[in-house]
Design a protein around this ligand. Structure first.
Ligand code: PMT
Length: 404
């Protein structure tokens, strides 16, 4: 998504500038080319050498520097850029940008930018609340190519707590990804199930599986980056998707709760992707109290006393939605197999009336539960088959959405 993109990072003179080198590293690690422009004051907070080393390019901070390639960097940078990120943007620089004032390298570069510009303000909370600053932010945000990120609330470098913190580099990076992603799913509503379910036995035990939720979360993030309205029905996992506009999470615990949420939300969805590892069985009843070992149990486990747990089958969410599917809805399932992979996956595709099934096998190293990678084969109802090598779950998510 950022591979090969040209990004100009603008830095103005605020203490949050110490975080911007991290953002530059992230952008470059994602394959982007980065060039930096600064106000003269920014270099009090972060050095030219740091920025030059991390970006791999000369820093443009002095309009009249004899080292400039030519005297019009403020024009050549906008011609080169796919995106400009200004982080941190101080109150002073925001005022200049909102009013067309260009008196240094950063502001002259900004004034010539026609590509998307992402602005991440940072300042003291009183400055941030000032009507003049808020007016300038509104003006800046009204420019069609400019997106202003709101400040975070929290501890500020001046020793107070309030709203004025620059968003963290990870969040700015995510917004940059969003701005550079083609909005191929704009206006589409996507429902995704992810993670495991837990079926309670008693207050201290449950039946579950090893799903971490990573694959489903990657799908939800990618769909949201492409502009979809995403609802993620997420089973019990410590992982959460990154904060993206139009991505909401519905937390559930049991298969029955996932079933209820999916059946309720499916009629409003254009696309549903069922990635969750749903427990196929639940205990007949949940005990109110912790189930104790039997009184005559053998402490060494020899001739162990028997305990029987009666299980009921959970409803099949995919099959239920498959039976209700309208012709304008697309239903995607996953198949997690250990043997006869293709045969089983194709049987599930047909039995559950899916439009696509994504097969992953526990026999492949780096696939399925818990890991950051997956190895999948995509089967479509019309007979198409796409076999993919091992790749990150976010790349698998891209392939799945590309095949919709
Ligand atoms: O979460 P991760 O750690 O990243 O791992 C990802 C994953 C391995 C969980 C994921 O890639 C995956 O394979 N998910 C489906 C796991 C599974 O339950 O497969 P299955 O073959 O048993 O089920 C087939 C399909 O029916 C799936 O779409 C499943 O969501 C659905 N199903 C299954 C049972 C049930 N009661 N209701 C369902 O909807």
């Amino acid at each position: 998504m950022l591979q090969g993109k040209h990004i100009v990072v603008g830095i103005s003179g605020g203490i949050a500038a110490y975080k911007t080198p991290l953002l530059i590293r992230m952008l470059r690690a994602a394959g982007a080319e980065v060039k930096v422009t600064t106000t003269p004051n920014a270099l009090h907070f972060v050095t030219d050498l740091t920025l030059q080393t991390l970006s791999g390019n000369k820093v443009y901070s002095d309009v009249f520097a004899p080292t400039n390639d030519h005297s019009t960097e403020h024009i050549s940078l906008p011609d080169w850029a796919d995106l400009m990120i200004i982080a941190p943007a101080t109150a002073n620089v925001i005022g200049k940008m909102a009013n067309g004032i260009a008196d240094d390298a950063l502001t002259t570069t900004f004034l010539a930018m026609t590509c998307p510009v992402l602005v991440a303000p940072a300042m003291n909370e009183k400055m941030y609340a000032h009507p003049a600053l808020q007016h300038n932010l509104q003006t800046l945000d009204s420019f069609p190519h400019v997106t202003v990120l709101p400040c975070d609330e929290g501890f500020l470098a001046c020793g107070t707590t309030g709203k004025g913190r620059m968003q963290e580099p990870e969040q700015i990076f995510l917004s940059a990804q969003h701005l550079l992603t083609e909005q191929t799913l704009a206006g589409r509503r996507v429902l995704i199930t992810a993670g495991p379910t837990q079926e309670k036995i008693d207050p201290v035990r449950f039946i579950s599986n090893y799903s971490s939720g990573k694959m489903g979360i990657a799908l939800a993030e990618e769909a949201a980056l492409r502009g979809a309205e995403v609802t993620l029905i997420l089973g019990p996992t410590t992982l959460r998707p990154r904060a993206l506009p139009r991505l909401r999470v519905v937390n559930i615990v049991s298969a029955m709760q996932m079933y209820d949420a999916a059946v309720q939300l499916f009629p409003d969805a254009d696309i549903a992707i069922l990635c969750a590892a749903v427990a196929d069985y639940r205990p007949e009843k949940t005990a109110d109290h912790k189930i104790k070992r039997s009184a005559n149990s053998n402490p060494e486990g020899k001739e162990a006393a028997e305990y029987q747990l009666k299980l009921f089958e959970n409803p099949d969410i995919a099959a239920t939605l498959g039976a209700k599917k309208r012709p304008n809805q697309t239903l995607v399932g996953f198949a997690l197999e250990t043997d006869h992979e293709e045969e089983n996956a194709l049987a599930k595709l047909r039995a559950k009336h899916l439009d696509m099934i994504v097969l992953n096998s526990l026999r492949n190293e780096g696939a399925a539960f818990g890991v950051d990678t997956n190895v999948v084969t995509i089967y479509q109802a019309d007979g198409r088959k796409t076999e993919l090598p091992k790749m990150s779950k976010s790349d698998v998510a891209k392939h799945i959405l590309n095949n919709l």
